[in-house]
Design a protein around this ligand. Structure first.
Ligand SMILES: *Cc1c(COP(=O)(O)O)cnc(C)c1O
Length: 373
């Protein structure tokens, strides 16, 4: 029995002093008494756009709404087909359905767990209007192929970079490749708020104007409505927090990468363990450190008994979710996504994780496989 309890995720004061800075930012925003939109939201939008190297950011209520607003802005609607990876978080697919479009699922690459342009290409029909590559677990998708495919077939490329803020492909930040892209500031994301938050990113002024209207009841000017929008504004207090945390995003990601490197070195060649693989030209910011083993359930139980918490992303692939039986897929439709769902385990990894905590995880995994070989 290991004596060190290891949470799957916990907020620590990393880099040192960040917690106080966040508290001060929050207090400042509170005292400014601007609670909806206003300066803090505009400042954050400008800074985030610059960080992502995209023209404009439109802050919205959460990552799901960001996807809906991006799809709406891109003109995706009834009857349109949108290609999405079969192993994504459900929000990506729900957003497609919400705008009236049809999600067309596609197999991820077995090694990177990301969708590739080559696989997406096999699903293109005359009704295909968009592709949503998801930078899963924090690894950038290989974007060159997607850009070419989108151009050839006149498709809208929409990135879901909820798990990958700060990742890049060939030196260019994710979020800047899509005609329009969506991200989430859910608290545990690499750039997390203290509640819900999300953003749409685009360099197309027309799409940006639409998104800006749509998130705020469809009005460009108060009480003058051009379109039927919704209420999904980035909360002003959250924007103040996000501004502060954005300054530290690169340092937070570097710490995640350092921790990942420790795992990658210490867990090599154990049993049937498959470690995360990063494709050439891509960076990985390890939102999730995902390993695969056929003994996943036994390993998870064993680690839990040692006081080590883990998670599974995701236990049921989209096409086997009860909510999506109507899509008509069945078991066997996406063997890679199904295998990932059956074998994936996410290890604890968070900025501020101690050496002792990581050592406890590594030692326990070694012990488990020594006993189960
Ligand atoms: C978290 C996440 C979302 C949704 O974000 P919320 O802010 O929780 O709505 C969408 N897509 C992916 C890939 C995510 O990980």
């Amino acid at each position: 029995m290991s004596t060190t309890q290891v949470p799957y995720f916990v907020f620590r004061d990393y880099p040192a002093g960040i917690n106080q800075q966040v508290e001060e930012a929050l207090l400042g925003a509170l005292r400014a008494q601007q609670y909806i939109l206003g300066e803090a939201v505009e400042q954050f939008e400008g800074e985030f756009a610059k960080y992502v190297q995209a023209g404009m950011t439109i802050g919205v209520g959460n990552g799901y709404d960001a996807l809906v607003v991006a799809l709406k802005a891109a003109g995706i609607g009834a009857g349109d087909e949108v290609i999405v990876p079969a192993n994504t978080f459900i929000a990506t697919v729900n957003a497609v359905v919400w705008v009236g479009a049809i999600p067309v699922l596609a197999e991820p690459d077995r090694h990177t767990c990301n969708l590739t342009a080559a696989v997406a290409a096999t699903h293109i029909t005359p009704r295909t209007k968009a592709i949503i590559p998801v930078h899963l677990y924090g690894q950038a998708c290989e974007m060159t192929g997607f850009l070419e495919l989108a151009e050839q077939h006149h498709l809208v490329l929409i990135e879901d970079f909820a798990q990958a803020q700060g990742a890049s492909y060939k030196g260019r930040p994710v979020g800047s490749f899509g005609r329009v892209s969506a991200t989430s500031f859910y608290p545990t994301k690499n750039l997390g708020a203290l509640g819900d938050g999300g953003a749409v990113v685009t360099s197309d002024p027309e799409l940006a104007a639409y998104a800006r209207m749509y998130r705020n009841y469809g009005q460009q000017q108060k009480y003058h409505n051009q379109i039927i929008g919704v209420n999904s504004r980035l909360d002003t207090l959250q924007a103040a927090v996000l501004r502060t945390k954005l300054h530290h995003l690169d340092a937070l990601n570097s710490e995640r990468q350092r921790l990942a490197q420790v795992y990658l070195t210490a867990l090599q060649g154990i049993g049937d363990l498959v470690l995360p693989v990063t494709a050439p030209g891509c960076t990985h910011v390890y939102h999730i450190f995902n390993i695969c083993t056929r003994q996943r359930d036994a390993l998870q139980l064993y680690l839990s008994a040692q006081g080590i918490q883990t998670a599974i992303h995701y236990p049921v692939p989209v096409h086997l979710q009860e909510a999506y039986t109507w899509l008509g897929y069945s078991k066997g439709s996406f063997p890679v996504a199904e295998e990932l769902a059956a074998t994936s385990l996410s290890l604890p990894l968070f900025p501020g994780m101690t050496e002792a905590e990581q050592e406890a995880v590594i030692t326990s995994i070694h012990t488990f496989f020594e006993r189960h070989d």
